[in-house]
Design a protein. Sequence first.
Length: 199
Amino acid sequence: MRNFFNFLKSKSFLVQLGLAIVFLVVLIFGVLQWLKSSTNHGEFVEVPDLAKLTVTEMRQVIEDADLRYEVLDSANYNPDYPRFSVIEQNPPAGYKVKQSRKVYVTVNPSGYKKVSVPDIIQVTLRNATSKLRAVGLDVQRVTYIDEFGKDMVYRIKYKGKYIEEGYKLPKTSKVELVCGNGNQSESSEIKALSEEEEE
């Protein structure tokens, strides 16, 4: 035991201990420097504002900022932005991120998606309007014809042409409803009399 303590006090042991400590410090320093260089420690770039840029313009701006991107298609058309332009981005503009960080961008589609005209024939004007609005359409105008059902929808028109149930229209389109005014037309009276005679 005495020899062991004498060894700990010897010059040879102290030299070896000193060398071991120096080696350990150098090793730790080297590892930290390697991590710093491999992870771009402390090197940040600011995310640019990509709003309303076309995909081509956005790509150039992203590459100039040493970032990457991924384009996400949007199903919802935004009329405040040009077609095929960036309407959303993540991370937002102004955020500090590391180089080569991926920015997710949502692109505005070419227009509103199309929806089907619901079955509103022989439905009251009020209910027909509710059904149309439920799918994203609206009533631009109501015209009346001589038909017995007052405020009952008999025909649907879009841009001057008659359309049927299931017809595809861009969302937010406005249609014209042709409704009855409560007065039976002469042709309807003749038809009703003919049916009675047949019976």
